[in-house]
Design a protein around this ligand. Structure first.
Ligand SMILES: Nc1ncnc2c1ncn2[C@@H]1O[C@H](COP(=O)(O)OP(=O)(O)OP(=O)(O)O)[C@@H](O)[C@H]1O
Ligand SMILES: Nc1ncnc2c1ncn2[C@@H]1O[C@H](COP(=O)(O)OP(=O)(O)OP(=O)(O)O)[C@@H](O)[C@H]1O
Ligand SMILES: [Mg+2]
Ligand SMILES: [Mg+2]
Lengths: 154, 165, 154, 165
């Protein structure tokens, strides 16, 4: 039980370090047990070092830096417990253009999981295989428009 | 690519029957505020068995049924069908394609189907168990919710890890 | 006391109806006392009718529709209790391009209040009088770049 | 246009002294994630007397002092000066321009100035009272906070109205 948790914990931590670097192009991330002597009862702390900056408490990170850390953790958990598909609703809203581009290529290169992403970010739209436009020409009634990739990212 | 298509009828703002063919490993849904994008995410959550109205942004289960506009009557029921590719035999059934359907009437009466055969909600849960989907919390991330994975206090975060374990 | 609250309440409600229409180009908004017989003790409910849609409970609104309602309420309160300046940190993040354009022109036309807006939305940048770029050429150390409006909204 | 400029030194990520001339009625601050934009908003809140470290995204008041990088030592103090135009006599003082300064040292010792004359925090509050600023909550809206104006339960929302009243 304790060993199983430790093994999974190590896997997630390693995965988190990798996903964080891919998403930020640098920097590092770590997960610590608040009480390493008591693996089963200990809480967990997350440490983030954005590229070029010092290691910091999550609380002092900017809105975008927190979002990237959260996205990296989500993907770390996914790597350890794969799901055949994921629905992501505007999760990159707080990211600047550079971070969106890295996020989009991360999704693009992620094998074995199909992603449905709801987005209004151009960078994400540009790496999608298929684009679906939802509109309400008749007020209050949703319909679908098929879109080609060029016209949507005007 | 496990999701083939999703059909919505009478579900939230999708008054008319709409089928979305999901042709890719990264499918992007775009559109103006309030057009219905997040409703599609709710539909997927719902058809996989979500029972918490709060997770569906409603106050009662009836809130998922199209409630009408000044020019349209409300719907009598809401129905969503999610069709999955099972050629890799990820799901414990003998079909190469699996269609999961959920329907709810204004009376509150619910119906569930797997490939058009009536079943119970429990059967849908059991079908989706071990796929990493449906009730695990981190394969569907709702709007504004991504930060929560970090904010949970250390004890809560740990329980996410244990679930992953 | 009760009269003062009622007067202010009416002012805010009227102001809210106006700001909501300016920000959405249609639609309507209202504030109700949950217990009209007890003005002082009553809570308050907000009703929103996005353009062309039915009157709805805030809970069922989309992320962007809620944000517009919140922004309208903020400006309604500001109208009743003016402040010489306001600092707004990415408050239009959830708005689509059309709603951002209306938000930006609303700010533009708002007299007697100076706005400092932190934004990554082009529509808001385009209506600003002055643009200030913050960067970290040296990692971890912020500095200011003066920007001209053309180059920032590339 | 009441704000003329803001000067930051040693405040959060603003290690070096920086002055921002605020030349317009709509001033937009832009830049990449983590560059320091919200820190400017925190600086304004702080110089006007904010005492809640939580509202400044810290866990102790010392968190507002530049904490150093791999190539830079931490600062010994943080200082912010906000200069306001008082030609319309909005503030109850005899100057046409009012500079409010707040400084904090690592020791925790704080200093406050109005036009370079030492004063108490209380004097800054009294100066800003009745301008609709500083401690009212709705003239500085923090990142991710705009929705809160709607989510408060009916009783909480009512107290916002009463404050406005
Ligand atoms: N039962 C229902 N009947 C009719 N309309 C509904 C129902 N439930 C929700 N809606 C409407 O669906 C609309 C769209 O919601 P949705 O959250 O999908 O928008 P969205 O496209 O995600 O927008 P945003 O970009 O702002 O997040 C809302 O205006 C809401 O009022
Ligand atoms: N005392 C401090 N010393 C040094 N750096 C600090 C200090 N406090 C905060 N920071 C850093 O300031 C950085 C920028 O924060 P800020 O919240 O202003 O970014 P931002 O430009 O608003 O980003 P975003 O677009 O993501 O919201 C963060 O990386 C944070 O770690
Ligand atoms: Mg949405
Ligand atoms: Mg910020």
């Amino acid at each position: 039980m304790c060993t199983q948790f430790s093994e999974q914990f190590i896997k997630i931590t390693e995965s988190f370090r990798d996903t964080y670097v891919s998403l930020t192009g640098g920097g590092s991330a770590n997960i610590l047990l608040t009480d390493p002597t008591d693996v089963l009862e200990s809480g967990i702390e997350i440490e983030i070092q954005p590229p070029g900056k010092k290691l910091q408490n999550i609380m002092l990170l900017s809105g975008g830096e927190k979002a990237i850390a959260a996205i990296a953790l989500f993907f770390a958990l996914l790597a350890v417990r794969p799901a055949p598909f994921c629905v992501l609703d505007e999760i990159e809203a707080a990211l600047d253009e550079g971070n969106v581009a890295r996020f989009a290529s991360f999704l693009r290169n992620y094998n074995d999981t199909q992603f449905l992403v709801i987005t209004h970010r151009r960078g994400t739209m540009e790496t999608a295989d298929a684009l679906y436009g939802v509109t309400m020409q008749e007020k209050g009634v949703s319909k679908l428009l098929s879109l080609n990739l060029k016209e949507a990212s005007q | 690519m496990i999701l083939k298509n999703i059909t919505l009828q009478g579900f939230k703002s999708f008054a008319d029957k709409i089928t979305i063919e999901l042709d890719g490993s990264v499918c992007a849904i775009v559109g103006p505020n309030g057009s219905g994008k997040s409703n599609i995410s709710d539909a997927i959550r719902w058809v996989l068995g979500e029972q918490s109205v709060k997770s569906l942004r409603g106050s009662k289960m009836e809130d998922v049924i199209f409630s009408g506009t000044s020019t349209r009557k409300p719907s009598g029921f809401a129905e969503v069908t999610l069709t999955l590719d099972n050629s890799r035999e990820l799901l414990p059934v003998d079909f190469s394609e699996v269609a999961i359907t959920r329907r709810v009437y204004r009376s509150g009466e619910s119906e569930y189907f797997i490939n058009k055969a009536p079943c119970r909600l429990k059967d849908i849960y059991e079908l989706m168990m071990d796929t990493g989907l449906g009730r695990d919390g981190y394969s569907i991330i709702g709007q504004g919710k991504i930060d929560q994975i970090l904010y949970a206090n250390p004890e809560d975060r740990r329980s996410i890890f244990e679930e992953a374990s």
